[in-house]
Design a protein. Sequence first.
Length: 468
Amino acid sequence: MSLNVEVLQQSFEKVKPRADEFAASFYNNLFQTHPELKPLFTKTDMKSQEKKLLSSLVLVVENLRNPEALEPVLKALGARHVGYGAIPKYYGSVVEALLLTFEQYLQQDWTPEVKKAWLDAFGAITALMLKGEVEESLPKPVQAGKKTETLAKSATLKTEKKKEERLFQSTVKPEKKSLVSIQLDDKGLKKIINYFAANSQQFQTKVSEQPLSEVLKQIPKKLIDTFWIAPTWLVAIVSVVIFTVVVIVVDENSLLGKALGAADTISLVVALVLFIKEAPDRRKQFHYQAWSTIDAAHNVKVSYARILALQDLNEDGVSLRGLDAPGAELVDINLSHATLSKANLMGSDFTNANLSYANLDNANLSQTKLSGANLSYAKLGFSQLNQANLSSANLSSANLICADLSHTNLSGADLRNASLSGANLEGAYLTGANLKNAKVSDDELSNAFLEGAIMPNGSRYKSSLSDR
C-alpha cells in the first residue's frame, strides 16, 4: 500500500505542540467508547503509557520513508501485545479512538484526504503488528522446508544434531559435508534473479559510458552501497552462497578449510553479516531510547542520564533542535557542534560546558549560567541571553547578531572577533572583557559597563571618571 507521507507528516506536525494533551485525550476517547478495554490498564502508569504512545507515533511518522526499519519494530510491538492481553479485535477500537482524537485536534484541517491518509497508515501498522502477534503465537519447531537457517540453536537441537552426525559417520564413508541447503520457491528465485538483472544492467550501462579504470574504482563503493540498500534476506542468502563457494574451493585439509568446515561456522558468518547490516536499525532504536531518557527527565534539575543521552545523540550527529530543558543542570557537558537552535534552556546551568561551534540561534538562554563555558565560533544570532551569566566565557568568533544581552554578565569574557551587530547590550557588564576586533558599534556599547574592557580597536577602555 502506498501511503501519503507528506500529508501524514504535515498533519502530525500540527498535533505535536499539544502532544501530551493529545495522548491523554486518546485514552479518554478509548475508554469512553470502549469501556471494556479499561481493565487492561488497571495496573498501568498512564503517564508512562501516554509517553509510549507518543514515542510510537513519532517513530512511525519519522520512518514512513524507511519501511525496512519500521517493519521489524512494529512486528516486535505486536508480539509484545500478546503478553499485554491485547487481542486482534481490539485493534479496530484503538484505530477508531486515534482517528477521533486526530479529528478533535486538527478540526478544520481534518479533511477527507487527511482522514484517508491516516486510515491507510493505521491499516498498514495494524497489519504488521498482527503479523508479529501471529509469529509470536505460533510454535517454533525446526522444519525441513525452512528457507533460511536458524542462527541461534538451542542446546536440545545441538544434541540431536550430534547424534545424527555420529549415526551418519558409522554407516557412511566420510565425505566433505554440505554446510547449507538453500531451498527457494519459483517466486523467491525469480525475485533474486530480477534484482541482480536490474543491477547488472545498470552496471553495464555505466561501463559503456565511463573508462574501465573509473568503473573499477567505483566497484568497492557500489558494493558497499548495495550492501546497505539491499534487503536483509538477500544479503543473508548472498553471504551463504559466497561462503559455500569459498568452502568448496578451499582445500578441506588446510587450516582454513578445517576452520571453515566447522558445523556452526556458517551460522556465525551469517550472524555477523546480519549484525553489521542491522547496525543502523539498532542505532535508531538507541536514539529513541536516548530521547525517552531526555523526555523522562523533563522538569528534573539533576539527571546524569540526561547528560549522557544528550552527549551520545550529539556524537551521532542527531539534531537537538528545539530541546526543552529549562532549569536543567548540565555542568561540564560536551555539546560541541550541537544543533540547539530554538532550544528552551532558560535558567539552565552550563558552567564550564563545551558549546564550541554549537548552533544556538533563536535559543532561549535567559538567566542561564554559562560562566567559563566554551562558546567559541558558536551561533547565537537572535538568541535570548538577557540576565545570563557569561563571566569568563570564551565567545571568540561567536555570532551574536541581534542577540538580547541586556543586563548580562560578560565580565572577563573573551569576545575577540565576535559579531555583535544589532545586539542589545543595555546594562550588560563587559568589565574586563576582551572585545578586540569585535564587530560592534560605539553606539551599541554606549549603554554597557565597560570599565577595564579591551575595545575593538585594541585600546583599554577608561571612563571619564577615571580620567580625572
